[in-house]
Unconditional design. Structure first.
Length: 131
């Protein structure tokens, strides 16, 4: 995940994602930190609750719209749920802001490939390689 969230960071000292979510939600009530929203979204995604992950990461994006990591997480969550059209739209917006980011082109190539858009996928892969 692009926000640098790892399983260890998300779980912390908690024994389950459910416990971690509860702790982070309680912390969020106190401090309103978008970073905690990122942790919560990650936990939801690891539990397979992608609708909740998307809803939560969108809250983080609303609080810090310039944070590209949260936007990259949104793309990942959409792709993991098979919403490749939405993922392509979101990653294209990221490419507009980060045109030299080879990973974004590679990811969009994967999503185009999933939709059998092979010419677009090849173009994206070639761009990623050129960068």
């Amino acid at each position: 995940y692009s926000a640098g969230i790892t399983e260890n960071a998300a779980l912390g000292t908690y024994s389950s994602y459910d416990n971690a979510i509860l702790a982070y939600q309680n912390g969020y009530k106190i401090g309103q930190s978008p970073e905690l929203l990122g942790f919560i979204a990650y936990c939801w995604s690891r539990m397979g609750a992608y609708d909740k992950a998307i809803e939560t990461i969108n809250l983080a994006i609303d609080k810090v719209p310039q944070n590209m990591s949260y936007r990259e997480d949104l793309v990942t969550f959409r792709a993991e749920t098979g919403h490749f059209e939405d993922a392509i739209w979101d990653v294209t917006k990221l490419i507009e802001q980060q045109p030299d980011n080879h990973q974004l082109y590679y990811d969009r190539g994967l999503y185009n490939f999933e939709l059998d858009r092979f010419d677009e996928a090849i173009n994206d892969f070639n761009t990623a390689l050129a960068l």
